[in-house]
Write a protein that binds this ligand. Structure first.
Ligand code: SF4
Length: 118
């Protein structure tokens, strides 16, 4: 049995989930979205997140980037590490793809904001 807090809305229901044969038994959820979240956390936990990458020759030295779709949690650290070692050249446009299929996650890393040249 695993205890987890639902993050699908601000109520933050505390739930438990337990495997029962091929299915799961979820308790503590106030609505069906909680059950769906709990099962996804057990079978394929995904997250959307943002990090920053360094920019050379720009008015700012870094730009925030995000994955364009939720990725399995196992890709968060490799993508963060990739971003830490990445330097891109200005100018950067909002929505610019920084890396396609970053770290094999299936998601592209895209710039959240623009950075003009210095
Ligand atoms: S179970 Fe439903 S009500 Fe509870 S936190 Fe999740 S989405 Fe919100």
């Amino acid at each position: 049995m695993k205890e987890l807090t639902c993050i699908r809305c601000p109520m933050g229901c505390v739930m438990t989930i337990e495997k029962a044969g091929e299915d799961f038994v979820v308790t503590g959820n106030t609505c069906p979205r909680g059950k769906e979240y709990a099962i996804s956390e057990m079978t394929n936990p995904v997250r959307s997140f943002s990090v920053s990458v360094r920019v050379s020759g720009g008015e700012r030295g870094a730009v925030a980037v995000r994955v364009d779709r939720a990725v399995n949690k196992k890709y968060i650290l490799p993508i963060a590490e990739f971003a830490r070692h990445t330097v891109i050249s200005a100018p950067v446009t909002e929505g610019q793809i920084i890396a396609k299929n970053v770290c094999g996650s299936g998601a592209d890393l895209i710039a959240i904001a623009a950075v003009n040249g210095a």
